[in-house]
Design a protein around this ligand. Structure first.
Ligand code: GDP
Ligand code: MG
Length: 435
């Protein structure tokens, strides 16, 4: 598999302009790789159309070869579908009620055990409720899993009423911060299963409903996701059994169907075989390409450099706007403290506003939040930010008006310090490279 794609990509090395034919060839290989990884055909066509269009129309940023750029585009389009970062769980309210859904055998109960361990490591002490009245020994299975970790479990093998079990479980654990509900994955009819999930959803009112999907099932994942989303709003997806040869491409249609992100993957039967979903790794695996990470990093660096150079040029020519300042803050995270960055500009060393050298990370973060509460117009033309706008920005960012004023003051001082450096010519890319 990946071989063909890798070979096709290799052909692109060194081409300064990629012709239509080559792009079409690459896109064909991508299609092949994705389809062989069980990605839904409609999704594949949709993705490849976007990739082809962008590859033909867009110009690679400076310093990036066309090949690297094509890979970046492929990656970005897939990430658009899957989400950029591992999101994990954000236990931000009490009680945090997690409802597990999925067909029998998908790995719900096993995954609940894994999640309990995961949460315990994070300092939470979850409780589990068994509402699966269908699988023989469903309660026993959970008991074994939870006992080892001393996780409280509610269930009753004699009780065959899932709704009653859910109510009693809720009551039993009403003081717990995190409650996890295991459910049945089978009924006489699938429609009965979905109806039961619908009723459980009404009773439990989950904070997060997690759909568990067997990574080896391929194309059916979309159908399953669709069926379960009739019962509840699927908040996230876990793909299991990615320890084998399965690439889990089928799960992409579950994502497309529900709009919910994949948060974790199961990579084995043991309790620790559980990982945060990493979109990049998943995509590399789907495409059968190992070197996506380094290529993406290189492309991102080059794009950053483009922005950095532009920002610096604006600074030096006195056209320094809040947008430039925003870019500057973003760069600071990557290039080190402001002072260091400014020190590299010849002749500027002594004139750094003293606030700049005292900027802490917290301060920068708070500035960034305020900047993101501003409109494009305000960023481009900060002069228009007067009292009523300050008030609105403060409210939007959840800070005091005085803090918005402090930000504006910082901006004005920085801008003032930049003045007088106009006409010294453009900052060369080579200077940026040394940063
Ligand atoms: P449930 O019916 O949805 O509750 O599924 P179970 O948790 O009982 O799991 C069904 C089977 O899948 C069991 O044999 C598990 O050991 C196995 N299983 C679950 N997750 C994984 C995984 O990530 N990798 C592998 N290889 N097996 C898994
Ligand atoms: Mg189960």
């Amino acid at each position: 598999l990946g071989e063909n794609l890798t070979n096709t990509m290799k052909k692109l090395v060194g081409m300064s302009v990629i012709d239509k034919k080559t792009i079409k060839e690459v896109v064909k290989e991508i299609q092949r790789a994705l389809i062989q990884s069980d990605v839904n055909i409609a999704l594949v066509l949709n993705l490849s159309k976007k990739i082809e269009k962008r590859a033909l129309e867009e110009e690679p940023p400076k310093g990036i070869t066309p090949r690297e750029y094509v890979i970046t585009i492929i990656y970005e389009e897939m990430v658009n579908l899957l989400g950029r970062e591992a999101v994990g769980l954000d236990i931000n309210q009490k009680p945090y009620k997690i409802l597990f859904l999925g067909l029998q055998g998908s790995g719900k109960t096993t995954t609940i055990g894994k999640m309990c361990r995961f949460l315990q490591k994070k300092g939470f002490n979850p409780a589990v409720v068994c509402t699966d009245t269908w699988r023989p020994a469903a309660y026993e299975q959970l008991k074994q899993l939870t006992e080892e970790m001393q996780i409280p479990l509610y269930g009753d093998p004699e009780n065959k009423d899932a709704l009653d079990l859910a109510k009693k479980g809720l009551n039993e654990f009403k003081n717990k911060k995190v409650i996890i509900f295991d459910t049945a994955g089978r009924h006489k009819e699938e429609s009965d299963l979905i109806a039961e999930m619908d009723q459980l959803d009404d009773i439990i009112q989950p904070t997060e409903a997690i759909l568990v999907i067997d990574g080896t099932i391929g194309q059916q994942a979309g159908e399953q996701a669709k069926a379960f989303s009739q019962a509840t709003d699927i908040g996230s997806i876990i793909i299991t059994k990615l320890d084998g040869s399965a690439k889990g491409g089928g799960a992409m249609s579950a994502v497309a169907e529900t709009g919910a992100p994949i948060k974790f993957i199961g990579t084995g039967e043991r309790i620790d075989d559980f990982e945060l979903f990493d979109p990049e790794r998943f995509i590399s695996r789907l495409l059968g390409m190992g070197d996506i990470r380094s290529l993406i990093e290189k492309a991102e660096e080059n794009i950053d450099e483009d922005i950095a150079e532009k920002t610096m040029n604006n600074m030096m020519s006195g056209k320094f706007s809040l947008i430039d300042m925003k870019n500057q803050f973003d760069m600071m995270g990557k290039m080190g403290p402001m002072q260091q960055v400014l020190n590299m500009i010849p002749g500027l060393g002594g004139k750094i506003p003293k606030e700049a050298s005292k900027m802490t990370e917290d301060k920068i973060d708070s500035f960034k939040v305020m900047l993101s509460s501003m409109t494009q117009e305000e960023l481009e033309n900060p002069k228009i930010i007067k009292q009523s706008r300050i008030q609105r920005i403060a409210r939007g960012a959840g800070v005091d008006e005085s803090e918005v004023r402090a930000l504006l003051k910082y901006y004005n001082n920085t801008k003032k310090a930049m003045k007088g450096f106009g006409g010294r010519g453009r900052l060369r890319g080579s200077t940026m490279n040394r940063m």
